[in-house]
Design a protein around this ligand. Structure first.
Ligand code: ADP
Ligand code: RBF
Ligand code: MG
Length: 192
C-alpha cells in the first residue's frame, strides 16, 4: 500500500550526481529531455520516497537554479528493468549535459507513475505535470528552497531543511556526491 503522507514527510530531499546516458528516448521521442542520475544516486534515495512524479528545483554545474519535474520509477510505458530518477529541467540549455553535475531539491509529489495507452497520452500527462509544477514552484514557501545554500555551495554542503532532515555532501567521489540523510534523530547511512 502506498503511503504518500510518509513520502511527503521525507521532503524536501536533496540529491546530486553526474548526469549519465539514459536510453535516448526522452528528447527524441517525447520532446522532453530527462537527465538521468547514476544508479548510486538512485540507490541512495531513502526507501520512504515512493516512486512517482515530483516537482522541485535543479541546477547544472552550480549554475542558475531552475524549476524541474522528476520521474522516479520504472517507466511502465517502456517496461524498464531498472529504477530511474529522471529530471526534466524547465530551461532551454540547447546542448547535452552528460557528465555535468546535476543538483536537485525534490520538494513535492504530483502523482503516481502510470501506464498509458499511447505516447500522446504520456506526453499530455507530462505537459500537465510541467504546468502544475510551474504554478506550485511560485509559492513563497517553495521559492525559499530555490535560494537554499545547497545550490550555492560548490563543494562541501551541510544543509538542514525545515523537517529536520540533514544532508551532508562531502565533495565528489567518482563523479558522485556522498550524502547522508538524518530523519527525526534516526541516522540513515546511505552507501555510495
Ligand atoms: P537520455 O536517455 O540519455 O537521458 P534524453 O533524450 O532523455 O536522453 O535527453 C537527456 C539529455 O538531454 C540530458 O542528459 C542532458 O544532457 C540534455 N538536456 C538538455 N536540456 C535539458 C533539460 N532542460 N533537462 C534535462 N536534460 C536536458
Ligand atoms: N513514464 C511512464 O511510464 N509513466 C509516467 O507516468 C511517466 N511520467 C513522467 C513524468 C515526468 C514529469 C517525466 C519527466 C517523465 C515521466 N515518465 C513516465 C518517464 C518517461 O517515460 C521517460 O522520461 C522516458 O521514458 C525517457 O526515459
Ligand atoms: Mg533521459
Amino acid at each position: 500500500m502506498r503511503n504518500i503522507n510518509n513520502t511527503v514527510s521525507f521532503l524536501p530531499h536533496f540529491a546530486a550526481g553526474k548526469i549519465t546516458q539514459g536510453f535516448g528516448r526522452g528528447s527524441k521521442e517525447l520532446g522532453i529531455p530527462t537527465a538521468n542520475f547514476p544508479v548510486e544516486v538512485v540507490q541512495n534515495l531513502p526507501k520512504e520516497i515512493d516512486i512517482g512524479i515530483y516537482y522541485g528545483y535543479a541546477s547544472i554545474d552550480n549554475g542558475d537554479v531552475h524549476k524541474m519535474v522528476m520521474s522516479i520509477g520504472w517507466n511502465p510505458y517502456y517496461h524498464n528493468k531498472h529504477k530511474s530518477m529522471e529530471t526534466h529541467i524547465l530551461h532551454k540549455y540547447g546542448r547535452d549535459l552528460y557528465g555535468s553535475l546535476l543538483k536537485v531539491c525534490i520538494i513535492g509529489y504530483l502523482r503516481p507513475e502510470k501506464n498509458f495507452d499511447s505516447l500522446e497520452a504520456l506526453i499530455a500527462a507530462i505537459r500537465k505535470d510541467i504546468e502544475d509544477a510551474e504554478q506550485l514552484l511560485e509559492s513563497p514557501e517553495n521559492l525559499k528552497l530555490k535560494n537554499h545554500e545547497f545550490f550555492q555551495n560548490s563543494d562541501n554542503v551541510i544543509s538542514n531543511d525545515q523537517n529536520g532532515h540533514k544532508t551532508e555532501m562531502n565533495g565528489h567521489k567518482n563523479g558522485l556526491c556522498e550524502s547522508e540523510t538524518h530523519h527525526n534523530g534516526t541516522h540513515v547511512k546511505e552507501n555510495n
